[in-house]
Design a protein around this ligand. Structure first.
Ligand code: CO
Length: 460
C-alpha cells in the first residue's frame, strides 16, 4: 500500500523551529535534489512564510514561489491557507480570497490545504471554490482538538460535509501534537469509513507522540503524512522523514522515497541547522519533548506564551490558576480548537480573569468580535450569561462575516498607485499593509540605487 509523504522542511519545520527565518538562498541549492526524492508533495508556502518573507527577509513571497516552482519541476507544491483569513489574522473579502488563490495557483501551487480555526466550513467555502476553478487540489482540513463536545461522530460529520463541498482529500490537522496513537487510529478509521476520500494526517513531535501517531494513522488507512527531513525534525516540528520511511518500508508500505536522496538532503540541511543554533534562532527548547501539553491539554506554544505573559506581569506564581481557568474559558466560548487566533484569545482571557480576580471584568476586542460571530460559529454552545454581559441586546451575526465586507482590491490598487507593480504586490499589501508598504518602498529605493550604480559603471 502506498503512503504519501509530504516534506515540510521549507514551511512547517522552518516555522516551528526557526520562526520561519529560512531564506530562499538557504535552500535553493538543494531544491533539485529534493525533486528527485520521491515526495508526494513539498509544503513550501503559506502559513507564516508569506509574512516572514516580507517582514524579516526582504523577499517577495510571490517570487519565492515561482523560483521554487522552477526548480521543483516534478514534485507537487503544497501550501497552508487559513480560509477566509488567507495568510493573515482577519477576514478578507471574497474577492480578495479568490484573487489570492488564483495568483498562488498561477505561480505554480498544486495543493491547497485550507482550514478554519473553528472548523466553520463556511469560512473555507470561497477559497475551496476558487481552488477547484483553478484546477488545483483542494484539501479540506479538520482542526483536531480534544473537548467534551468533540468526538468521533463530530469528525466523521465534518469529513462528510467536506466531501459534499467537493474537496479532493481531507487532512486531520493536529497543530499541537496532542493527538495520541489511539486517537489517530480511531479518527482515521471513523473518517475512512464515512468518506471515500484520501485522509491525510498532520501532527507535530512536541509531546513525543508524533511518530507513533503516524504509524497508527497509517495502520488505520491514512493516505499520507507530513514529515520533516531529520535535521529539521522533532520537537515542535514534524517527525523525521527518514525515520518514518524506514519504519513504514519494513511493514511493507510503499513511501516512494529514495533513501539515498534523503541522506543527501539531510546532509545539506545539517550545517544550515548549525548556523541557526549558533545564531540563537533555534532554541534548544523547541527541539525537546514537552509533555506538559498532555496534562493541561493546551498546545506547547500557548503554554510558553502564557508563561512569558505572566512573567512580564510578575505573576508567574499564578500559572497554575491560569491553567485551571483555561478550560473554563474554553467551555464558556463553546470549545474552540486551541489554534491561532483562538489559543491567544482564550489564553489572554484566562490570564485576565485570574489576575483581576473576577471573571470577564474586561474582555478583549477579539473576544467581543468572536461573541458577535465575526470569526464564525463556535463548535459548541457559548455561555449565555457571558453573551448577555458583553453584547447586551446586540444580536450576534448569523451569516458568514465575509459577506458584510466590502470588496477592497481595486480600491487598494488605486491607493497604492505606482508603488504596486503587479496585482501580487496589491495582494501582499492587503494581507500585511505596513510591512508590505515598507518592503515595496525598499524595493523601489534599491532599484534606484542599482540603476545609478549601473550608469556610473557604464560611464566609468
Ligand atoms: Co503544523
Amino acid at each position: 500500500m502506498k503512503v504519501n509523504i509530504t516534506e515540510t522542511v521549507l514551511r512547517d519545520a522552518n516555522q516551528s523551529l526557526i520562526a520561519t527565518r529560512a531564506t530562499y538562498s538557504d535552500f535553493s541549492e538543494i531544491l533539485e535534489t529534493m525533486d528527485r526524492a520521491g515526495y508526494y508533495s513539498v509544503e513550501c508556502w503559506g502559513g507564516a512564510t508569506f509574512d516572514s518573507c516580507l517582514r524579516y527577509l526582504n523577499e517577495d513571497p510571490w517570487e519565492r514561489l515561482r523560483k521554487i516552482r522552477d526548480k521543483l519541476k516534478n514534485t507537487k507544491l503544497q501550501m497552508l491557507l487559513r480560509g477566509q483569513n488567507i495568510l493573515g489574522y482577519r477576514h478578507y473579502s471574497d474577492e480578495v480570497v479568490r484573487k489570492f488563490v488564483a495568483h498562488a495557483a498561477g505561480g505554480g501551487m498544486d495543493i491547497f490545504r485550507i482550514f478554519d480555526a473553528l472548523n466553520d466550513l463556511r469560512n473555507i467555502e470561497v477559497a475551496l471554490d476558487e481552488v477547484k476553478k483553478r484546477k488545483a487540489h483542494a484539501q479540506g482540513t479538520i482542526c483536531y482538538t480534544v473537548s467534551p463536545i468533540h468526538n468521533l461522530e463530530t469528525y466523521a460529520k465534518l469529513g462528510k460535509q467536506l466531501e459534499e463541498m467537493g474537496v479532493d482529500s481531507i487532512c486531520v490537522k493536529d497543530m499541537a501534537g496532542i493527538m495520541s496513537p489511539k486517537e489517530a487510529y480511531d479518527v482515521v478509521k471513523a473518517l475512512t469509513e464515512s468518506v471515500k476520500l484520501p485522509v491525510f494526517v498532520h501532527t507535530h513531535s512536541t509531546t513525543g507522540l508524533g511518530p507513533m501517531t503516524y504509524l497508527k494513522a497509517v495502520e488505520a488507512g491514512c493516505a499520507g503524512i507530513d514529515c520533516a527531513i531529520s535535521s529539521f525534525s522533532g520537537g515542535t516540528s514534524q517527525p523525521s522523514t527518514e525515520t518514518l520511511d524506514y519504519t513504514l518500508k519494513q511493514y511493507g508500505y510503499d513511501t516512494g522515497l529514495k533513501t539515498e536522496v534523503l541522506k543527501e538532503i539531510n546532509d545539506y540541511f545539517k550545517p544550515i541547522k548549525q548556523k541557526y543554533i549558533e545564531s540563537g534562532l533555534m532554541d534548544p527548547y523547541v527541539m525537546g519533548t514537552e509533555t506538559d501539553a498532555l496534562i493541561y491539554q493546551v498546545p506547547g506554544g500557548m503554554l510558553s506564551n502564557l508563561v512569558s505573559q505572566l512573567k512580564a506581569q510578575n505573576a508567574i506564581d499564578k500559572l497554575d490558576d491560569v491553567l485551571k481557568e483555561v478550560p473554563a474559558v474554553r467551555k464558556d466560548l463553546g470549545y474552540p480548537p486551541l489554534v491561532t487566533p483562538m489559543s491567544q484569545m482564550v489564553g489572554v482571557q484566562a490570564a485576565t480573569n485570574v489576575l483581576l480576580g473576577e471573571r470577564y471584568k474586561t474582555v478583549s476586542k477579539e473576544v467581543k468580535a468572536y461573541l458577535r460571530g465575526e470569526y464564525g460559529t463556535a463548535p459548541g454552545e457559548i455561555n449565555s450569561d457571558l453573551m448577555k454581559k458583553v453584547l447586551g441586546d446586540e444580536k450576534p451575526i448569523e451569516g458568514r462575516f465575509a459577506e458584510s465586507l466590502e470588496p477592497e482590491f481595486e480600491k487598494t490598487k488605486k491607493e497604492l498607485g505606482n508603488l504596486a507593480k503587479s496585482d501580487e504586490d496589491v495582494l501582499s499589501y492587503i494581507a500585511f499593509p505596513q510591512i508590505a508598504e515598507k518592503f515595496l518602498k525598499n524595493r523601489e529605493e534599491s532599484k534606484a540605487v542599482t540603476v545609478t550604480y549601473s550608469i556610473v559603471k557604464k560611464e566609468g
